[in-house]
Ligand binder design. Structure first.
Ligand code: ATP
Length: 327
């Protein structure tokens, strides 16, 4: 259904569970919530509006989500405006981030599983692109599982998504360089293939547990992205099929016109005849071990950033006067 932003009272319509925070994003927090009239479990994405730019971005997110109705894209149910924020009410999925699921001790990952996941991500992207929308922030943490045991996945976070504008360039002001396409690093025009690059990175990581362009620092990572050289010589690729490697090689191409489109991906041999392959594609991937290490490092980095930011703030507020801060 089409959602129009309204200013009705949030508390009469929804019960937002402020203690249950599913995630904290760039612009606000994501909480579990219930629609009072129906008892429906939803997610409230609270976007704080501090200046007109924030509002413009939130309205863009509403606008984009209104155009997207597909089983592999998270759905929006409602959107409310309060004095300080815009709250998006989204479909709730309980399975958590796909990569967290993959690294679970009790989970075993085969290439067949990867095909099932990647195919669904492609279905979502293909639909989005047919609707002329670019996601522009596809990365592992924006792929979530519907349930804790099933294999259905959905794409979330349309905060940077927008209608395709042929001459649009995207400036990188935040985000993790390891997932950026060369044209984004170069501040060149972004387009449908920009999302396809990201799909290549996600697939590479799922199959090997390695982040293909990650360097020791951001500059090195961005140089690696620009050189766009991928190799499949690392040990975790030993169990990966040639078809899969060929699929990835056709996405991680520096020149965006050379990359497969989402439609072409869906027709690629790697993502087809899954039922037939299911009979023989049961080799376990070695990527899980590497992926575990990657996720541990990511958690550590996030905590480190959070702790240093908090300490810096403490230091500033205890030893500096506001006047100095404002200088
Ligand atoms: P970021 O800065 O990470 O891009 P954001 O402010 O754009 O974040 P989202 O990425 O949409 O916000 O959500 C933040 C986190 O909340 C997600 O990584 C995910 O863990 C959780 N989350 C978001 N939407 C849902 C949902 N519909 N169901 C369950 N969890 C969700």
């Amino acid at each position: 259904r089409h959602v129009t932003l309204r200013s009705d009272d949030v508390t009469t319509l929804f019960d937002i569970n402020l203690d249950d925070m599913l995630g904290g994003g760039r612009f606000g927090d994501v909480h579990k919530c219930t629609e009072k009239a129906t008892g429906l479990q939803l997610v409230a994405k609270v976007i704080k509006i501090q200046d007109p730019k924030d509002k413009e971005m939130a309205l863009n997110e509403v606008d984009v989500m209104n155009q997207l109705h597909h089983q592999n894209l998270i759905q929006m149910f409602d959107a409310l405006e309060t004095s300080s924020s815009i709250i998006l009410f989204l479909e709730y999925v309980e399975g958590g981030e796909l990569f967290e699921r993959i690294i679970d001790e009790n989970y075993t990952l085969t290439e067949m599983d990867a095909m099932v996941f990647v195919r669904q991500i492609c279905e979502g992207i293909s639909y989005m692109h047919r609707m002329y929308v670019l996601h522009l922030d596809l990365k592992p943490e924006n792929i979530v599982c519907v349930s804790q045991t099933g294999h259905m996945v959905k794409i979330i976070d349309f905060g940077l998504a927008r209608r395709y504008k042929p001459r649009e360039k995207l400036r990188i002001s935040f985000g993790t360089p390891e997932f950026l396409a060369p044209e984004v690093v170069n501040f060149d025009c972004v387009s449908f293939p920009t999302d396809m690059w990201s799909l290549g990175v996600i697939t590479y990581m799922m199959l090997s547990g390695l982040s293909p362009f990650l360097g020791d620092n951001d500059t090195e990572t961005m140089n690696n992205v620009l050189s766009s050289e991928v190799d499949f010589n690392e040990e975790p690729f030993e169990n990966v099929s040639d078809e899969a490697k060929e699929f990835i090689s056709n996405l991680l191409i520096r020149d965006k016109s050379g990359r497969l489109s989402a439609g072409q991906c869906l027709r690629h041999p790697w993502l087809n005849d899954l039922a037939e392959k299911a009979k023989r594609c049961n080799r376990l991937l070695k990527s899980q071990i590497e992926l575990r290490k990657y996720m541990m490092r990511r958690r550590w980095k996030r905590n480190f950033i959070a702790v240093t930011a908090a300490n810096r703030f403490k230091k500033i507020s205890s030893s500096t006067s506001l006047a100095t801060l404002e200088m």
